[in-house]
Design a protein around this ligand. Structure first.
Ligand code: ADP
Ligand code: MG
Length: 333
């Protein structure tokens, strides 16, 4: 954890960034269920990469195939140029893995558990307390794992993925069980790992989080990648309008509708709401007419893009069937 990865020289312009994970045409079926369908993606070294998608979309299956914990039916995966399957012992020390259902030595204290994990990897003992601190578990150092809260266990699972200082870190819904403060604290931990040059692949259903952390995201819908891009580009390319909220009485509805760039005007919750795809232009027009005091903006977010994509897929012919109770049981595994 402590040693910072050697700084690599900046590659000359036009050189493609080095690849950490290359997934090509990966498919995976569980009985009748096509969990992944011809998935192709590339994660660059040093990148913070998010895999987003509704429950059952195939996120865990995909990360577990990248980690070498599951075998793909078709396609190929290369991690640092090597196949993670069958179990590749040369790769293991370079990977940090937190799965959705982590195994613990429950009778041990947090410190003992992490020391055991560190020993498995041959990591130095000094890494144990440092990693507990990183994960915000210093106060729980001597608490038995079975007595930790859900969020604390989650953080211990993350610490277990980090203790040996891996270059590439896979985290499957690391913030799912965390309260808002713990979630923000973990964001700082993850940003710190990225700043050290590590590569992070993680799944989440928190769109705000993906937007705040990820260099690029892939949105997985029913086992297929719907889009891969930076959150910024996805939001930029989306058709979702921004909304400007004006206190009532500044402009009447007709005046507002006549402003160049305004697509629609409604009254909602004590505000005049102007929908627009050219927010800057409308804002400056409003500024000229009434000033911007009390004007609020609601810009499109990754969540809008995501909701749009997943809704479109659900409505498409042959789109995903709603999750069945059988799916729910599979999720418990
Ligand atoms: P996500 O992590 O996005 O929620 P998963 O990869 O866990 O998605 O699951 C994708 C699909 O595959 C779901 O329909 C799930 O029920 C099914 N599935 C996952 N693991 C198994 C398994 N071991 N056996 C059978 N079906 C599974
Ligand atoms: Mg999952």
């Amino acid at each position: 954890m402590s040693e910072v990865l050697a700084m690599r020289p900046t590659p000359p312009e036009g050189t493609p960034p080095p690849v950490a994970v290359e997934v090509r045409g990966v498919s995976k079926r569980y009985g009748e269920r096509q969990a992944l369908d011809d998935v192709t993606l590339r994660v660059h070294r040093g990148e913070f990469f998010g895999l987003l998608g509704p429950n059952g979309a195939g996120k865990s299956t995909l990360v577990e195939i990248m980690e070498g914990l599951r075998r793909a039916d078709a396609g190929s995966v290369a991690v640092f140029g090597e196949s993670p399957w069958p179990r590749n012992t040369a790769l293991l020390p370079r990977l940090g893995v937190q799965t959705q259902s982590s195994a613990f030595f429950v009778r041990q204290t947090a410190h003992e558990h992490l020391r055991t994990v560190a020993a498995l990897y041959g990591a130095p003992k000094t890494a144990v307390d440092a990693t507990l601190a990183t994960a915000g578990l210093t106060a729980q150092r001597d608490v038995r794992v079975e007595n930790l809260s859900g969020g604390q266990r989650q953080r211990l699972a993350i610490a277990s993925a980090l203790v040996h200082g891996p270059e590439l870190i896979f985290l499957d819904e690391p913030t799912a069980a965390l309260d808002p403060q713990a979630r923000r604290d973990l964001w700082e931990v993850l940003r710190g790992l990225k700043a050290e040059g590590r590569t992070i692949v993680y799944t989440t259903h928190h769109l705000d989080e993906a937007e705040a952390l990820c260099d690029r995201v892939a949105i997985l819908v029913a086992g297929a990648i719907a889009v891969t891009d930076s959150p910024h580009n996805l939001v930029d390319a989306s058709k979702t309008p921004s909304r400007l909220l004006l206190p009532l009485g500044r402009l009447d509805e007709e005046e507002a509708a006549a402003l160049p760039g305004v697509d629609r005007v409604t009254v909602q919750g004590g505000s005049l709401v102007l929908e627009t795809r050219t927010a800057g232009r409308v804002l400056s027009a409003v500024d000229r007419l009434t000033g911007l005091d009390g004007v609020q903006t609601r810009t499109a977010s990754l969540e809008d893009v995501y909701l749009d994509l997943t809704a479109r897929a659900a409505n498409a012919p042959g789109g995903p069937a709603p999750a069945t109770p059988a799916d729910a049981t599979e999720q418990q595994r």
